[in-house]
Design a protein around this ligand. Structure first.
Ligand code: ADP
Ligand code: ASP
Ligand code: MG
Length: 268
């Protein structure tokens, strides 16, 4: 029996049908005998919509209030996912950042996790329930809601996996693994079956948003095996793990890009 964290990104929870699919996946994994903690993102486009509303209200919104509004996207998905699991005959309970409790510093919109308490998650699992945790959010010492920066649900997932000693952290997304470069931009990109934390960190820092950089840093620090895979298929994805002997000779594992950056060469 294993303890597994499954994180589902925005596209994977982008509609009622897709959330039902998440529920079925989590139940199937639990039926295989594992304890399952599901981390969910906001439905695709929702965080942008919420931030857009704030900017419509005022040019420079207050950072504390930004986090109050931005965190609601994940709250909605967590409740819908728990309902979907119940509707499929399973048992589930949603948990928000402050309920878990994911304690962060007070840097609104880009908070860093200080500690994560495991007790609420463990008591939920002990009852045979799937714990559904809202990604992207935490709470600071003052009790204020914080968020972890764009793409922060990856960091929630890996940090929770580290805190509860999970056997693996599965990152379900809209591509079936980590590629040599963004497969949605470069059709000749190749899937990488296994990549070291160091190489993944390099890809992420060069702009491969498939994993938020901080999630890779935490995975490396605590040795969390991360499996990046598609929520739409059962295909094996990419394992991000400690250095593998077969990887020692690989100098460049992939090429990433940053959409906002162009290189210009001035000719004399
Ligand atoms: P999620 O909403 O599931 O968190 P993201 O949009 O944050 O998903 O990340 C997945 C996206 O990352 C893919 O759709 C892909 O376009 C992009 N991507 C960029 N670089 C890579 C890469 N090297 N390998 C795989 N995906 C990549
Ligand atoms: N919903 C947040 C975002 O869009 C966090 C995440 O999806 O990882 O950035
Ligand atoms: Mg993401």
């Amino acid at each position: 029996m294993a303890l597994v964290v499954q994180k589902f990104g925005g596209t994977s929870v982008g509609s009622i049908d897709r959330i039902r699919n998440v529920a079925r996946r989590a139940i199937a994994a639990q039926k295989r005998g594992d304890d399952i903690v599901v981390i969910v993102s906001a439905m695709s486009g929702e965080t942008n919509r919420l931030l857009g509303l704030a900017h419509e209200m005022v040019k420079v919104p207050d950072a504390r209030e930004m986090d109050v509004i931005a965190s609601t996207g994940e709250q909605v998905t967590a409740a819908l996912t728990a309902m979907a699991i119940q509707n499929e005959g399973g048992q589930a309970r949603s948990l928000l950042g402050h309920q878990v409790k994911i304690l962060t510093d007070g840097a609104f919109t880009k908070a860093r996790i200080k500690t994560i308490e495991g007790s609420k998650i463990f008591s939920t699992l002990k009852k045979g329930q799937i714990a559904v945790v809202a990604g992207f959010q935490g709470v600071d010492e003052e009790g204020d809601i914080t968020t972890l920066g764009r793409g922060g649900s990856d960091t929630s997932a890996v940090a929770i996996a580290a805190a509860i000693g999970a056997d693996a952290c599965e990152i379900y997304t809209d591509v079936d693994g980590v590629y040599t470069t963004d497969p949605n931009i470069c059709p000749s990109a190749r899937k990488i079956p296994r990549i070291s934390y160091e190489e993944m960190l390099e890809l992420a820092s060069l702009g491969a948003k498939v994993l938020q950089i901080r999630s890779v840093e935490i995975a490396m620090k605590y040795g969390v095996p991360v499996h990046v895979r598609s929520s739409f298929s059962d295909a094996e994805g990419t394992w991000v793990t400690g250095e593998d002997k077969s990887l020692e000779d690989v100098v460049v594992a992939g090429v990433a890009y940053d959409k906002g950056v162009r290189a210009f060469t001035a000719s004399a």
